[in-house]
Ligand binder design. Structure first.
Ligand code: OFO
Length: 182
């Protein structure tokens, strides 16, 4: 059984993962509105991943016999000055999520809640990957630049990331699958 403090913090994290999903859906929609279809696909796909993070937490809290409580989700920003700003904000957001996961880990350690500590290890590793992913994208934007044809190449590059991740997911779901084309 989880402590009340742990239940409250896990419920907050469920809410934050749902917010993350909405944030990326909104950012992806802004990209689609600007004609940046590759970035839109990538961000909307990433929004689905965030719902997966949320569901994993939800299942864990349910399994412990504690009550999941879903709260209101804040509206994400819908206006951005540039594509660079969008991805700068994704990186900052992931850093915030990492800090919240670290707080959960600290609480689990303090409470000697070893089951939750073990459960949270997946999120520790995932946040490392999330920060790396968005930092890499920011680096690409910086190198390629958004002037002239730069935007076209960035959009294509980020769109390919979405395709690659999709293939990885499909392959992991069905290792025997042979109808995957690049
Ligand atoms: Fe759920 O990792 Fe991104 O936010």
């Amino acid at each position: 059984m989880l402590s009340q403090a742990m239940t409250d913090c896990l419920n907050k994290q469920i809410n934050l993962e749902m917010y993350s999903s909405n944030l990326y859906l909104q950012m992806g929609s802004w990209c689609a509105y600007k004609g940046l279809d590759g970035c839109a696909n990538f961000l909307i796909q990433h929004a689905d991943e965030e719902m997966g993070h949320m569901r994993r937490l939800l299942a864990y809290v349910n399994e412990t016999g504690s009550l999941v409580i879903l709260g209101a989700i804040d509206s994400p920003a819908s206006q951005f000055n540039s594509l660079s700003e969008v991805f700068k904000k994704t990186y900052e957001h992931e850093q915030l999520v990492t800090s919240k996961i670290n707080e959960l880990v600290n609480l689990a350690q303090t409470e000697k809640d070893y089951a939750t500590l073990q459960f949270l290890q997946w999120y520790v590793a995932e946040q490392h990957q999330e920060e790396f992913l968005f930092k890499t994208i920011l680096g690409k934007i910086e190198i390629i630049g958004t002037e002239g044809q730069g935007m076209f190449f960035i959009d294509r590059e980020i769109g390919e990331l979405a395709t690659r991740k999709n293939i990885e997911t499909t392959t992991m779901t069905n290792p025997e699958s042979t109808n995957i084309s690049v």
